[in-house]
Design a protein around this ligand. Sequence first.
Ligand code: TLP
Length: 343
Amino acid sequence: MIDLRSDTVTKPTEAMRAAMARADVGDDVYGEDPTVNRLQEMMAAMFGKKTALLVPSGTMANQLAIRLHTQPGQEVIVESKAHIVRYEQGAAGALAGVQLHWIVGDRGLISAEQVEAAIRPKEPHTIQTGLICIENTHNSGGGTIYPLATIERIRAVATTHGIPMHLDGARLFNAIAATSLPPASYAQHFDSLSVCLSKGLGAPVGSVLMMNDLTLLEKAKRVRRMYGGAMRQAGILAAAGIYALEHHIERLQEDHDHAKQLARRLQQISTVRISPHDVDTNIVIFDVIGHRLAPPAIVAALKKEGVLINAIGGESFRAVTHLDISNSMADEACAIFTRVLAV
Ligand code: TLP
């Protein structure tokens, strides 16, 4: 089966499993797991932040950030299709007591002007803006990369208004691989950022929340515990993350090449609407128009032929390339798309 549903489906390689089995461990709630500590130090150094905290998921990392930066009753500015809006089960409202103020982006990207217009005036009747979140790469936007200049302009607006910024960098390594920009060039503009080890990097579990503020780190550990995310001998998982940092970053370009290849082939199919030019990284979002089958039946027909993808609403579909997709699997997926989607 060629599984293109997500880059979360990767399985740890033999070498990664060997690194996990060898990991030196301790109780991380006491701060005594040497492998977790090493991973956190590596990540903080790589992104130019003072601290890093391992948490079980990207969702938890985002939710810790929202909880840390805001007060109940405030508002968080975020793009309308952001993971925080679509896929976190309303956690920002349920757990941090904030409401989300959505802005509609262009392929998921919002501008400094849009952010500025969304910031609430500081007057007694109006809800107050507590945080600005952006997502890079933007998942539902199609793996879109934020231009650094846009981030700088949003940061300038945030600074003027004294509002903190959080980056959902679940796939920031894809942006880094595609642009060759140093990780810190993105990270420096944010009060906190979360980066996943379990997406393109191929680790089985884990995200890392990074910050400069040591007081915030202490609060983050308390909230992580409150949310059930404090782990014990988590060095087994951290070892997979360290292995991924050492071996799986540079190869991300292969996933981007496969995504472009899929997009180019899809473009040749008459029922498909896609612009390969818009495929920045490893996510391919496309529409299928005028096919005799409805979206769930299209997914089923592709599955029968050996390709898994997700229908993501309306006539849209998402295919994601990753570590477990080889050149021959990408070729085969192209052939299957043509067979099933051409009418
Ligand atoms: N995204 C998953 C699904 O939850 C939709 C996927 O298959 O793409 N931020 C972004 C931008 C994400 O894409 C995801 C996962 C997360 C956060 C959450 O990560 P996890 O699943 O570790 O909580």
